[in-house]
Design a protein around this ligand. Sequence first.
Ligand code: FAD
Length: 455
Amino acid sequence: MEKYDLVVAGAGGGLVGAIKAAQLGVKVLLIDASPDFINTCNTSMTSGMFPASGSRWQKEKGIVDSPEIFANDIMKKTKNSGHVVATQALTNVSVEVFEWMADSLGVPWELVTDFHYPGHSVDRCLSVPGRMGQLVLGPIWKVASDQKLFDFRASTRLVDVVIKDGQVVAAVVENADGSQEEIATDNVLMATNGYGANQKLLAEHNEEVSYIYYHGSRYSKGEALQIGMKHGAGYGYLDSYQGHAAISSHAKTLVGWTTIMQGGFIVNSSGERFGDESAGYSEYAAILNDQKGNTGWIIIDNAIHEGSMLFKEYEYTAASGAIVWADSIEELATAIAVPADKLMAELENAHAVHDGKGEDRFGRKSFEKRLQAPFGAIKVRPALFHTQGGVQVNANAQVLREDGSVIKGLYAAGGAAVGISGHGSDGYLAGNGLLPAFGFSYLAAKAVASQLVSR
Ligand SMILES: Cc1cc2nc3c(=O)[nH]c(=O)nc-3n(C[C@H](O)[C@H](O)[C@H](O)COP(=O)(O)OP(=O)(O)OC[C@H]3O[C@@H](n4cnc5c(N)ncnc54)[C@H](O)[C@@H]3O)c2cc1C
């Protein structure tokens, strides 16, 4: 039977690990549980925000940044509860990964400067035109397939690993017909995401979100966590998750926080705001969930609408007819059935804060612009995007036992590994999902390659 140096399970962030390892001479098999990962994995669903600290795209714009500044932002957002080793490893490698993706795989990164993500002290998120993860993953998958860099099997699920004398010797996989087989390999990278689609694991570890609508990949069943636990891996931050408060109720698409960060705000069915939206979209999911009907309305104007059209998902939202437009606040209030005086009071409050003539009662420091007629309203509901906790890893993405020792040959990345967002939902910074997915996969690839060289 054929033996591989590395089996990568999961072709979201895992795809870059497979490519990097193959480029370094590692014999790789990539498997994915889905028959069509490009359309079903979490990475494809994203707004494609990839943070890199000190990148050449920042330097071109005169933005001063460094891994230390980025790590400080992460620690500040997590109130110093973030995973220190993972944070350092990922902030240190961020530029290397994304510059390599541009130079070696032709990813056309642009620095996002048209609005500022909450919690990032400088603009550092990279994205591609259209701002969707699928527009990153699709083209790099084409590069990998055209160059026949590695073997690939779709509809193939990692269900276990075989460990002998402390070293991985095989991956156990389940095929589409339910048959199982062992594939001989010295290394397995678990890049299978978290357990957002596993109601039982959610209820066990993350009850807070087990009842919120799940908007991530249906293949995120938590197998990496279960495999890791079975083999004595340590784990952490299982209560950590990324929520989002701006899913269109009408279209079930991502409206996006760009609407808020350009000056929009959210009201409930009484026409009233209920918090500081600028704190972050992840924590706002639970806040929105507490409102009557578990829904709210994002209030925007035409300039915000135009600015948001840079995002494909917003474009889909608009095309679905999810935006209610009106020429005045009174007409908008009638159209969305909220009290006009309350909605008008919120608009006046936003304008007063913007003009420096008042303080927001929820502490929002900035409303980026005065909204002007015509006004738009988009009904939104909260969602769980992905879980952030997982098996413990070191700076090379090697899975660790509870005592801190390495399980030789076992690696984890992305939602399968411990995240960098601390506990709960409010430690999430934009990019904290994709950076561990791509960064740890890349680090695992390099670690496997260097281990082969040193043998
Ligand atoms: C709408 C939306 C927008 C988002 N926007 C952003 C953003 O802009 N920036 C950001 O940083 N994060 C964002 N996130 C979070 C981000 O999606 C995840 O953190 C990230 O994609 C996780 O990558 P991953 O490689 O771990 O998982 P995935 O991309 O889901 O890849 C895992 C792959 O593993 C496969 N798989 C699962 N189980 C198995 C198994 N047992 N065996 C084999 N294969 C398996 C799956 O089919 C899948 O293809 C967003 C999430 C959502 C839902």
